[in-house]
Design a protein around this ligand. Structure first.
Ligand code: ADP
Ligand code: GN1
Ligand code: MG
Length: 356
């Protein structure tokens, strides 16, 4: 079915064009007035799209009420999904693909690389506010859209399995990268164990806080809207903080092939930490203690996911060329190594900003 046919079910009749650079869903823009985003949900990644959309509809309507109560503009500050003629917030085509349409937020930028540390300050405040607004969301009603998404112990085991299976035959080519992950097995248990033994609270978190998942106002630079709500689930504040700086703390693009251009930028780290802690005053001492470490952990997790996907034959993330996942993995590991060298300084900065 053509996309124009799909859009008719949402009462839209203009041909869309490809948009954005997410790694998971197929995203299109519809240039009507107002504009819309059309997405084909990646069913390989999200195996139960109706459950995922139930989460998203619950969360967006909850956020709209909070934003309204705070005197904000819900039309701009949270996503608005269209309902198809059968009343569902998605349409299933004759091949079983799930499509959704929602309002495009205009007058914003979505960053793929950081140009100014202030972008991180504003992104951090937006992600922090997002978590605060969801603090009293009924977490037990949320479906786990990707099971054990940030369970780094499970991720480590999945990685070992990918290496053992070696579906693509590429494992021989990346022995050093594989060893890099194996050497850090102990790190993978720290946050998961702290959650399991009650040292760290579960909160409703976003879980995919890449900088291009927060839209910043093109004029003021301030955070406008947190998007990509597919993985909103109970999780740790450390996942949102760590993943945002995994991406935003890098001096270059996630897939930069020239590793001499990649290091962890302390100014970006400071700016994000400042914005995040200004909002998340409920952070506990234990979370604070693990804050800097969580950036390294999320970067290690993401790098090992890119590497596992490379070894599995590129079946999860979208790739534009055969070594794309490997280039992505290498930037992540370069960042991990740089953070390991800077960890004492990073911890000192966290405690200085927090004032405790
Ligand atoms: P993916 O899961 O593939 O990352 P996203 O939902 O993040 O998909 O969308 C991909 C990109 O499209 C985003 O990074 C952002 O740049 C852009 N985008 C998505 N929704 C909107 C929106 N409502 N307004 C403006 N841009 C958007
Ligand atoms: C994916 O969907 P997107 O592009 O915002 C991935 C994240 C990774 C990220 C790496 C559902 O995010 O977990 O950190 O790529 N999302 C999913 O860039 O797997
Ligand atoms: Mg995205």
């Amino acid at each position: 079915m053509g996309m124009i046919e799909v859009l008719k079910h949402f009462n839209i009749s203009v041909e869309p064009s490809l948009y954005g650079n997410g790694h998971i869903n197929d995203t299109y823009i519809v240039h009507t007035e107002p504009k819309y985003i059309l997405q084909r949900i990646n069913k390989n990644v999200f195996t139960n799209p109706p459950a995922m959309m139930e989460n998203i509809m619950g969360v967006t309507s909850f956020l709209a009420e909070k934003i309204k109560a705070a005197g904000g503009d819900p039309a701009r500050e949270t996503l608005h999904f269209m309902t198809a003629e059968d009343g569902n917030p998605y349409f299933v085509d004759e091949t079983g693909e799930y499509w959704r349409a929602y309002q495009f937020v205009d007058g914003v930028i979505s960053c793929t690389v950081v140009e100014d540390p202030m972008q991180l300050y504003h992104a951090a405040r937006a992600f922090g506010k997002f978590q605060n607004m969801l603090a009293d969301y009924p977490a037990d009603t949320l479906h786990e859209t990707i099971v054990q998404f940030h369970d780094t112990k499970k991720r480590f085991n999945d990685f070992v399995k990918a290496v053992e299976e070696n579906k693509s035959g590429r494992a021989e080519l990346v022995k050093d990268e594989i060893q890099f992950v194996l050497d850090r097995e102990a790190d993978c248990a720290i946050v998961v164990d702290a959650i399991a033994n009650g040292e760290i609270p579960l909160r409703v978190t976003h879980n995919d806080t890449k900088l291009n998942n927060v839209l910043l106002d093109e004029k003021t630079g301030e955070g406008v809207c947190v998007i990509d709500l597919d993985t909103v689930m109970p999780g740790s504040l450390l996942y949102d903080y760590g993943d945002a700086l995994r991406f935003g703390g890098s001096s270059g693009a996630e897939d930069e092939p020239d590793l001499s251009k990649i290091w962890f930028v302390m100014e970006n780290f400071e700016a994000f930490t400042k914005g995040f802690l200004e909002e998340l005053v409920s952070i506990t001492d234990k979370e604070l203690e693990l804050l800097a470490f969580s950036i390294k952990l999320m970067t290690l997790e993401c790098g090992s996911r890119f590497l596992a996907d490379y070894i599995n034959g590129d079946t999860y993330f979208k790739t534009r060329y055969p070594e794309h996942n490997l280039d992505r993995c290498r930037t992540q590991f370069k960042l991990v190594a740089d953070m390991e060298a800077k960890m004492d300084e990073m911890n000192a900065i966290v405690h200085r900003i927090a004032g405790r």
